[in-house]
Design a protein around this ligand. Structure first.
Ligand code: NAD
Length: 393
């Protein structure tokens, strides 16, 4: 396990993580049957999914798995209906052996549901981030939890860079002004800056965090920083000239821009709260594409309203889909800007969907054949955390 952990740190700055992933294997226990019940909770794709077959992560296109799974004699149930005891999710989880779900429209597998899911052996995240599963409950039932590690890390890193730029340059209000038919340059320019010369730091310097930093090198920022209990390999840090800060308060107090790129777990839920926000530089920008619940919803909205934050941007919400009245949809800074929120899509570009659909199939194939799984894909197995990314254990 330690071996594959240190390997995964190496892979986090490799240009070809997927190729590297293939070469290391670890066995996970399986008891493959034929005629399994496989339940997938995916998002509704509507007309878009009918017109665009590459929208693989939708209920309509079923990750491209139906023909294959039914030809093997398995029962494949696919739905977006996931809330409440009468939902397709809760009704079918009781006897499903395999659960597939995406972080974009997660079936929240609580400890209570895990208790009821008597046949469940493996949960597969079609994407990256398995916090929708109560991982400690999965551990205690020895349910394996795997994800398609690396499948969308470039997609997210690009979105983070875009989000940083749109906040720092005050892009959204400028575009809204144009749509309204107005033209008042000073109203936008009074809160627009260059990224050059700013200090940018990531909470979490894994696959995504590191890629964000890498992509910022050509912007000539003043300094790149990271906060992570797992230090980067020396050479990886040297390559991009990034400095580690060990205390979170010290870290945020030095950053003009903070980007959140760690998983959601007990140690990161509500990590960016009212107390921590007081340590941010006045007027800092915050980008979170990791998980909504890492940032306290109301504390962020209050910090933006007061100007303690100049901007908040991201695609992840504490509940998904986000309710219509979620404060993050409409919150603004005192100048009426600073909101770059979008629905959860940074990691579900068409390129990413092809990768996580293929990765899901590979995990299923290994499971059916009792073959070893790629270690970097394993979050929990055999009652243990195999990953080193979900907190210090
Ligand atoms: P990764 O495992 O490669 O890296 C995560 C890093 O976070 C690790 O280095 C880990 O040590 C660090 N970390 C964990 N807890 C921490 C803490 N308390 N403080 C500081 N650092 C901590 O994972 P990744 O591929 O970079 O993905 C990170 C997360 O991004 C995922 O878990 C997921 O929640 C999110 N994500 C979002 C999208 C999206 O579409 N918005 C897509 C993919 C992943």
């Amino acid at each position: 396990i330690m071996g594959c952990y240190s390997w995964s740190k190496q892979a986090c700055y490799s240009p070809l993580p997927h190729d590297l992933l293939k070469s290391h294997q670890l066995t996970i226990r399986t008891t493959p049957n034929s005629n399994m019940k496989i339940l997938a909770i995916l998002y509704q794709g509507g007309n878009a999914a009918k017109e665009e077959p590459r929208l693989l992560g939708t209920v309509e296109n079923e990750l491209g798995l139906r023909e294959w799974l039914t030809s093997l004699g398995h029962e494949f149930i696919v739905s977006d209906d996931k809330e409440g005891p009468d939902s397709v999710f809760e009704k079918n989880i009781v006897d499903a052996e395999v659960l597939i779900t995406t972080p974009f429209h997660p079936g929240y597998l609580t400890a209570d549901l895990i208790n009821k899911a008597k046949n469940l052996k493996i949960c597969i995240t079609a994407g990256v981030g398995s916090d929708h599963v109560d991982l400690n409950a999965a551990r205690s039932r020895a349910i394996s939890v795997l994800e398609v590690t690396g499948s969308n890390v470039v997609s997210v890193a690009e979105h983070v860079v875009m989000s940083i730029l749109l906040l720092v340059r005050n892009f959204v209000p400028a575009h809204e002004m144009i749509e309204r038919g107005d033209w008042q340059v000073s109203d936008i320019a009074r809160n627009a800056f260059d990224l050059e010369g700013k200090v940018v730091g990531t909470i979490g310097a894994g696959r995504i965090g590191y890629r964000v930093l890498q992509r910022l090198v050509p912007f000539n920022v003043k300094e790149l920083l990271y906060y992570d209990y797992n230090p980067l390999p020396e050479q990886a840090a040297k390559d991009i000239n990034v400095r580690r800060v060990e205390k979170l308060e010290d870290f945020v107090s030095q950053c003009d821009v903070v980007t959140v790129n760690c998983p959601l777990h007990e140690g990161t839920r509500g990590l960016v709260n009212a107390d921590l926000l007081k340590h941010f530089k006045k007027g800092a920008w915050l980008v979170n594409t990791a998980r909504g619940a890492i940032c306290d919803k109301d504390a962020v909205a209050a910090a933006l309203k007061s100007g303690q934050l100049s901007g908040y941007s991201g695609d992840v919400w504490n509940v998904q889909p986000a309710p219509k009245d979620h404060v993050w949809r409409t919150m603004k800074n005192p100048l009426g800007g600073g909101n770059g929120m979008v629905p959860h899509y940074s990691g579900t570009t068409l390129d990413a969907q092809a990768r996580y659909a293929a990765g899901t199939k590979e995990i299923l194939e290994n499971y059916f054949n009792g073959a070893p799984q790629t270690p970097a894909n394993i979050i929990v197995d055999g009652g243990k955390y195999v990953t080193g990314s979900y907190g210090q254990r």
